[in-house]
Ligand binder design. Structure first.
Ligand SMILES: *[C@@H]1O[C@H](CO)[C@@H](O)[C@H](O)[C@H]1NC(C)=O
Ligand SMILES: *[C@@H]1O[C@H](CO)[C@@H](O)[C@H](O)[C@H]1NC(C)=O
Length: 303
């Protein structure tokens, strides 16, 4: 696959056949009422005083940049004949919880490609240092106001719309959280891969910690085949007020040690809601991953 290949948006709509397999289960099953009852933060109190439903206006933002040391032009790479960014966008459009989906990019080629297949595009500055900053800048540039921003990473072209809806509902149901994200079962062979981020959660489905190391760590120093280890998926949603301050929060010791942005949220005492989903992670990080994902899609008859 040539990552620099010219974008040729395809008009056929993406397949949804993998979606039905996703079951967002356990954690967001906590009754909204119970979550409200335990939400004591002043923040939550202010929100709850508003009449009607909570955090109702939701935007999905797909941050996309052209420059990438490992994989330049990644968003435009063709996956079974369709640019990766288009596949991600088509999946996001199927999520019922999103009022609006936009691509945020600093690159004209990406912008042209996305407009070509019908996406709304927000041009963000080249100074954005990461996807979170790009989402924040895009949020400020949007005409309408939103309560929740879903950061949909463009390198997960097989993201299920149900996962997007699941994290949105989780954040709507947990007024004391400012952030929500998803995990899936960790494969035993990934236990010691530092690029696979592990997560542990409390009884109510709030994140306790994320690590590149294996957590929890069994006393025997081996992987416990019985333990349901959790793998963090890149998708996340934020309360839009929190997103405004998130990039500005000073880096924290655990964040710096693990090189994991999300630890800054926990270290500052904010709560993060985590849902567990069934999902085969097919992130495209390097050119080699394109063939793997195409192989997977052919096997499953996804087009
Ligand atoms: C560690 O893993 C083993 C299985 O390999 C399990 O039987 C044991 O309960 C786990 N915890 C401790 C503290 O050993
Ligand atoms: C984005 O990048 C900048 C610079 O590396 C960093 O300060 C900031 O914490 C990053 N992450 C987020 C979530 O904004």
């Amino acid at each position: 696959m040539n990552p620099m290949s010219i974008c040729t948006p395809s008009s056929s709509s993406s397949s949804s056949s993998s979606s039905s397999s996703t079951k967002a289960w356990i954690f967001h099953g906590i009754a909204v009422g119970a979550a409200v009852a335990v939400a004591i933060g002043a923040h939550a109190y202010l929100y709850l005083r508003r009449p009607g439903k909570f955090r109702t206006r939701v935007v999905g933002i797909i941050p996309a940049r052209f420059a990438s040391s490992r994989f330049p032009g990644k968003p435009l790479v063709q996956i079974l004949g369709k640019p990766m960014i288009q596949r991600t966008w088509e999946r996001a459009k199927m999520a019922s919880s999103l009022d609006h989906v936009v691509v945020a990019t600093d690159d004209e080629k990406i912008a042209d490609c996305c407009r070509g297949f019908g996406a709304d595009v927000i041009i963000t500055s080249e100074s954005c240092r990461n996807g979170t900053e790009r989402c924040n800048e895009a949020l400020q540039k949007l005409e309408k106001k939103y309560d929740i921003v879903v950061n949909i990473q463009g390198d997960e072209p097989l993201i299920e719309p149900e996962i997007i809806d699941g994290i949105v509902k989780a954040l709507q149901g947990a007024p004391d959280a400012v952030f929500s994200t998803a995990v899936t079962s960790l494969k035993p062979e990934d236990a010691f891969d530092p690029n696979r981020v592990k997560c542990v959660v409390d009884n109510h489905g709030y994140a306790i910690y994320f690590s590149r190391g294996l957590i929890p760590f069994n006393k025997s120093a081996n992987v416990n085949p019985q333990f349901p280890y959790l793998l963090h998926l890149g998708i996340q949603s934020y309360d839009s007020k929190f997103l405004k301050i998130y990039p500005e929060l000073t880096p924290t010791p655990l964040q710096l040690e693990e090189d994991l942005e999300q630890l800054k949220v926990l270290e500052n005492g904010y709560k993060m809601k985590v849902i567990k989903v069934d999902h085969e992670a097919h992130g495209v990080d390097a050119p080699e991953d394109v063939e793997k994902i195409e192989h997977f899609m052919r096997e499953r008859n996804l087009s």
